[in-house]
Ligand binder design. Structure first.
Ligand SMILES: [Zn+2]
Ligand SMILES: [Zn+2]
Length: 62
């Protein structure tokens, strides 16, 4: 799958790995910022930070 071939979750298209691989941070910077403005978790796969664990493939608490 885009950004992380190991992620089997059906929500992967909303994960930071996939969003970054698609250029979502460039195409929709405001929406992307909203997902990352108050990060509580980071992704063990790509290192991206996010407000919610549900937006990461392998969330770990910051
Ligand atoms: Zn990731
Ligand atoms: Zn994923």
């Amino acid at each position: 799958m885009t950004g992380n071939p190991d992620c089997k979750k059906k929500e992967h298209k909303m994960h930071m790995c996939a969003l970054k691989a698609e250029g979502f941070d460039k195409k929709k910077p405001v929406k992307f910022m909203a997902l990352t403005e108050n990060p509580q978790y980071k992704c063990e796969n790509c290192g991206a930070k996010a407000n919610k664990a549900e937006n990461l493939c392998k969330p770990v608490e910051l």
